[in-house]
Design a protein around this ligand. Structure first.
Ligand code: F6R
Length: 251
């Protein structure tokens, strides 16, 4: 795993956006896997800025969102589909046909999961999967205990995840208990992965992901099995890494 430590969140956003912009310029029809959450907000802001100011075009880019809640209508402001529109899709020249989101409102969720996997295959696979990490070590909504061989499926959210995401809901009774998420094995099939983590509250989880054992109890640790992963961290998120000096000296 390549570890890059930047001074702060803004520098992480710029570096992540540069990685994606370089890929889009090299390969305008590339396939991106995209996360939601607080961590990638600066990164999406930077991509929008590059579209507006530098003419970065998303017209042929294909995207797959990592996960979404079950039971929320797509226009609900806390749905991940709405998040993607609000923070990226509505501000760039993306073709809506190319933006795939998981349908947490599908009548048959099993079919929705299988069609998502099929759509990823038909698009030729994901070139770059961007990820955040939950404080409990989840990637996507693959909560601790998720099989490292899991595919896109329904997951029950943990109490920690519900608490972490509660602020997006005005009415806590609306907070979904279930989500639909790409599986760990689906994520590992991406040709490369870029994981972003910010802040000291992620430091122990980041250490487990990079320096801990590979275990379903910390699903992000499965990224150690992937040949092309970059973890892009700010100082806070990197602060508990034991081999921090080595990562700095290497990059
Ligand atoms: C969201 C997702 C989650 C988040 C994680 C971190 O699509 O897949 O794994 O990346 O929960 O969320 P933030 O960035 O809000 O700390």
């Amino acid at each position: 795993m390549r570890i890059i430590i930047e001074s702060d969140a803004a520098a992480v956003a710029v570096r992540a956006a540069t990685r994606v912009a370089d890929l889009i310029r090299r390969s305008p029809g590339c396939v991106l896997g995209l996360p939601t959450g607080r961590t990638p907000l600066g990164f999406y802001g930077e991509l929008v800025r590059r579209h507006e100011e530098d003419g970065l075009s998303f017209s042929r880019v294909v995207t797959f969102s990592l996960d979404d809640y079950i039971g929320l209508p797509p226009h609900h402001s806390a749905s991940f589909a709405a998040y993607m529109r609000r923070n990226l899709f509505d501000h760039v020249d993306m073709d809506p046909e190319n933006t795939h989101v998981l349908d947490g409102g599908a009548e048959d969720l099993l079919v929705a999961c299988e069609s998502y996997e099929a759509a990823i295959r038909e698009a030729g696979g994901i070139d770059l999967q961007v990820l955040g990490i939950g404080s409990n070590g989840h990637i996507g909504f693959n909560e601790p205990g998720s099989s490292l061989g899991s595919r896109t499926r329904v997951k029950t959210l943990t109490r920690e995840t519900l608490e972490a995401n509660a602020s997006s809901f005005e009415d806590l009774d609306e907070l979904p208990r279930l989500a639909i998420t790409m599986g760990v094995a689906t994520i590992l099939e991406a040709r490369s992965c870029l994981l972003l983590a910010l802040g000291e509250e992620k430091a122990l989880t980041v250490r487990d992901m990079i320096e801990g054992p590979i275990t379903a109890q910390a699903p992000a640790s499965a990224l150690q099995l992937h040949p092309d992963v970059t973890a892009l961290l700010d100082e806070g998120a990197a602060s508990r890494l034991q081999r921090r000096d080595y990562y700095r000296h290497r990059s």
